[in-house]
Design a protein around this ligand. Sequence first.
Ligand code: NAD
Length: 321
Amino acid sequence: MLIVPEREIANLMTRAAAFDAVEQVFAAMAAGDAYNFPVVREAIGHEEALYGFKGGFDQAGLTLGLKAGGYWPHNLEKRDLINHQSTVFLFDPDTGKPSAMVGGNLLTALRTAAASSVSIKHLAPPDAKVIGMIGAGHQATFQLRAALEQRRFEKVIGWNYHPEMLPNIAKVAQEAGLPFEAVQLDGMVEADVIISITSAFAPSLMAGHVSPGTHIACMGTDTKGKQEVEAALLARSGVFTDEVAQAISLGEAQHAIAAGLISEGDINQLGAVINGTHPGRISPDQITLFDGTGVGLQDLAVAAAVVALAAAKGVAIKVDI
Ligand code: NAD
């Protein structure tokens, strides 16, 4: 099997390669060629850690495997390690033999940013000029960098619960040569695209903060109880997701479903838009909302891409197992 260490990922993986891998696997999921296995996530009673597995099989891309890892809240303070830790394991679908082990930390950020980016490509207004960021933590910088490649944006606006973190995203805007303005939440009416990527358990973005025609990518809610946007906003929007089962159970849609504001049938797979079996945005005034919950197949897709790149460059470590 091949090992691709975490330290090699930044030199190998590009945003473009992550985008293509995620777009393809969303399409395969909607076509019924790829499916995710039930997620395991456990509080292990040690170091207050949450540990679990996200796996799946993509019959189109012939990718089989899982991402194992989770969240160790004390890593940074105690050991100067990042709190999110993950590793991807790939298996040969013909034989069941392990084929690769890949550092999953940077890949997680790249595949999550690629997901909202794919949603912007397929759902955002073509002439979007202003992008609004809600959140300014670790993932937010990756999100913004990737999103800026999808439209000819002219300005970045941002709000964060902890305003002292806003320079993180201001820096990304500056690197892209764009002006950045910190706004209050009602200032988000100026945005044509909004990305929310926070760890909040109560809504920040309300329906009244969003103008007609906006595309919103809700990327932070990946657990039961988390929430970033008002449930009423989903009732006003065309709702899309990576995987409907996850959206209704642990994604942003969980709240609108529980409140009876939308039903499962109102939620569409982004992959169907990619495949052309769903029209996507149906009018310039429609608000579109992508509920990006994060699926194992995304991890496998980017890991398979990076293994191919590592093998081609001769930097993968070969071991017999
Ligand atoms: P981080 O700790 O670096 O940043 C957290 C962000 O949330 C900051 O902007 C912080 O100010 C904000 N925040 C904290 N409490 C808040 C509150 N009460 N109200 C509003 N905002 C609040 O975390 P990160 O690594 O950037 O991850 C952000 C979120 O994205 C997490 O919830 C994480 O689980 C989620 N995530 C989702 C996916 C996916 O595939 N959808 C993938 C990775 C991470």
